[in-house]
Design a protein around this ligand. Structure first.
Ligand code: KG4
Ligand code: ZN
Length: 366
């Protein structure tokens, strides 16, 4: 048995997990959501400092929970990008220090591939698969030939789907991150499919664009000013209760349902197209991952779409959708098992730059 530690610090969650032979041993997560909520979005400098503050105690806690010591770890997997550069550097420096001190192998992991590998912790994924990654920072489709072989099919030209959810929520003055409020409140109503335009569907390509629908929401709220809460609810305050007391719950529910529908339907159209485009590759499953894969409408739409193509829909449980350490550990374990590692010169890759395949072959000492 080999033990892999996964370290995730690419955005606003400091997360760590131990995985052994494809199974989760233990995990710990320290979320920074409250620290950033005040600013309505992630403040990069604050994120780096928070990662630095909690990494070491989180590791102590994780090792104690698993009943193992540093000397038991074989591989140290760390998210090397894409993400916030300062945050990635904190995680990478920590991982390198541990690797140097323990002699464990260092494995840098592509955060996006890790999201799409995560469901394998709980269910089998058959390859080749089409992957839809929908998160706060990214929206892309991939042809996945194996957990080590991803080829981008379509990507967003501007905002990610999660950003669209969060920006719409910010326009309503919902707390950050607002995606889940739109989902939950929208479940109370039937969408009005003509309320917002489905973004970037009248073309024949596989890419996405969500900036237009964000503007549509801003314009809608400008025309219906009561759809902006006068104050952002306090942390822990029940948003639905607040809307009900203000007498606007039903109206908000319809707006949220309509917005959610138009994002989900734009995703459906592009994923449908991507599935048709890769048909000859013998794709057997549709894997949906990333924070927005927690969305109830998107889960339903993708399940139905996979069925209509005769494919299995692989949807991770909610706790594996958002950023976590287990996905990094699992993806790193797969890289190490395939015989690859990094040296201590491993570089962090910020958002917007391609992640190179720069692994070194593992040479077993005799
Ligand atoms: O994957 P993730 O944890 O972080 C990134 O790597 O970006 O995704 C976070 C995103 C946020 O935009 C959040 O609003 C969104 O996932 N999200 C949701 C839901 N739960 C989380 N969006 C829509 N519906 C949800 N239920
Ligand atoms: Zn993520």
């Amino acid at each position: 048995m080999s033990l892999t530690l996964g370290i995730e610090t690419s955005c606003d969650e400091t997360a760590m997990a131990l995985v052994a032979d494809g199974r989760l041993v233990a995990e710990r997560i320290a979320t920074q959501i409250d620290a950033h909520a005040l600013f309505g979005g992630v403040v990069p400098e604050l994120a780096s400092r928070e990662h630095l503050r909690v990494l070491a105690p989180l590791l102590d806690d994780l090792l104690a929970a698993a009943g193992v010591g540093l000397e038991d770890i074989d591989n140290i997997a760390v998210a090397r990008g894409p993400g916030l550069l300062g945050s990635l550097l904190v995680g990478l420096s920590f991982a390198k220090g541990l690797a140097l001190a323990t002699g464990a192998r260092l494995v840098g992991v592509n955060h996006l591939w890790a999201h799409l590998t995560a469901p394998a912790l709980e269910m089998d994924i058959s390859y080749p698969a089409l992957g839809l990654l929908v998160s706060g920072g990214h929206t892309q489709t991939y042809l996945i030939r194996s957990p080590l072989d991803f080829e981008v099919q379509g990507r967003t030209l501007d905002d990610a789907a999660g950003e669209a959810f969060d920006k719409a929520a910010k326009t309503f003055n919902f707390p950050y991150p607002g995606g889940k409020f739109i989902d939950v409140i929208g479940q109370r109503a039937t969408p009005d499919k003509s309320m917002f335009p489905r973004p970037y569907v009248n073309n024949d390509n596989l890419d996405f664009s969500f900036s237009g629908v964000k503007t549509a929401v801003v314009n809608y709220v400008a025309a219906h000013p009561h759809l902006r809460l006068p104050h952002m609810p306090e942390a822990g305050q029940d948003v639905e209760d607040l809307l009900a007391k203000a007498g606007v719950l039903d109206e908000f529910a319809e707006v949220c349902a309509s917005f959610n529908w138009c994002i989900a339907d734009a995703l459906r159209i592009k994923v449908d197209r991507a599935l048709t485009a890769v048909k000859e590759q013998g794709v057997t499953s549709l894997v949906v991952a990333g924070g927005v894969a927690a969305n109830s409408v998107i889960r339903r739409v993708m399940t139905e779409l996979a069925e209509s193509h005769g494919l299995t829909c692989v949807l991770p449980p909610l706790r594996l959708c958002t950023d976590n350490g287990a996905m990094i550990a699992l993806a790193g374990e797969k890289v190490a098992q395939a015989g690859w590692k990094h040296d201590l010169d491993l570089e962090a890759i910020p958002r917007g730059r391609a992640i190179p395949w720069d692994y070194q072959r593992i040479v077993e000492e005799v």
